[in-house]
Design a protein around this ligand. Structure first.
Ligand code: HCB
Length: 241
């Protein structure tokens, strides 16, 4: 059976439900599943369509990210690791994820703009690493929570982190690294901050797929964010001391 027929036959059909609450629940989970599928399939057009549906249905934008788009990307990661997906598909999935995320950002900001916090957060992905999705989700979530976020992008040399820290004077510096070969750069940046005499002026938070709380401790970071929600929680804790 072709996959699209299979999906059509197995999806909950909104019109056959009799209880209105159940209809809402099944429509909601249907949209989340389709968001996830669009990322797994690397289909940016479908990601845009289902993100639009999510916005029209007034789904919590955070849930659309975490239980829709990001869920799909986690599945892509699993398949890539198992050798079931290849680099080109990974790139397309990354693009689909970014398409949906960009559309959800304004709503994330709109819903949370009341939560102003006085803290600047400088964030970037370390040198040699071009993964930007996780970092961008963290940046979007922190902005939504009222932090003043400066996202300096990907593949950032240690010295640029140091210079930007001096220039922007953030309360927290977030270092993202997705690979075991690049996470060592988190340690290098912390060392470079020490050399420049600015280590004590900023809290450093590390994160990324291969980063663990043990690693954070080993490299001398002040905090570790497992995901965007955790990073936001930890950032608030770091601000209050
Ligand atoms: Co990439 N890749 N990739 N990749 N990639 C990973 C990361 C592997 C784990 C896949 C694997 O082999 N198992 C692997 C690294 C292996 C390792 O070192 N152990 C890998 C590899 C090897 C590579 C290439 C070398 C492949 C190649 O060319 N042969 C190459 C590297 C290029 C380079 O950087 N120099 C590469 C390229 C790519 C793309 C371009 C195809 C694409 C990135 C697209 C983009 O970002 N625009 C890509 C992707 C998508 C992935 C996977 C599938 C998903 C990464 C992702 O976006 N996850 C990933 C597999 C995986 O992670 N399991 C795979 C979703 C986000 C939401 O999670 O962990 O990034 P996150 O972020 C979380 C969390 O960590 C935390 O909050 C975020 C939000 O919840 N967080 C922070 C992140 N940063 C934080 C900072 C803080 O301060 C606080 C919290």
């Amino acid at each position: 059976m072709r996959r699209d027929y299979y999906i059509a036959l197995t999806r909950p059909t909104v019109t056959v439900e009799s209880n209105p609450r159940k209809i809402l629940v099944s429509a909601r989970s249907d949209i989340l599943q389709r968001l996830s599928d669009s990322v797994v399939e690397g289909n940016s057009e479908a990601a845009a369509k289902w993100t639009s549906e999510a916005l029209n249905a007034k789904l919590d934008p955070l849930e659309a990210v975490e239980n829709g788009l990001a869920k799909g990307l986690r599945e892509v990661g699993r398949r890539f690791e198992a050798g079931e997906m290849f680099l080109m598909q990974l790139i397309l999935s990354g693009e689909a994820m970014k398409t949906g995320l960009e559309m959800l950002k304004p709503e994330l900001l709109r819903q949370n703009k009341k939560l102003a916090v006085s803290g600047k957060f400088l964030i970037g992905t370390v040198e040699g690493d071009i993964h930007d999705i996780g970092k961008s989700i963290v940046a979007a979530m922190l902005t939504a929570e009222g932090f003043g976020v400066v996202d300096i992008g990907v593949d950032i040399p240690d010295q640029v982190f140091v210079e930007k820290t001096k220039e922007i004077k953030p309360s927290i510096l977030g270092l993202s690294a997705l690979m075991t070969t690049t996470r060592t750069k988190q340690r290098d940046v912390i060392e470079a901050l020490k050399q420049a005499g600015t280590r004590n002026a900023v809290k450093v938070m590390v994160g990324g797929a291969t980063v663990t709380p043990e690693w954070a401790q080993e490299v001398g970071a002040d905090g570790y964010g497992e995901d965007a929600v955790d990073a936001t929680k930890k950032a608030r804790q770091l601000l209050v001391g």
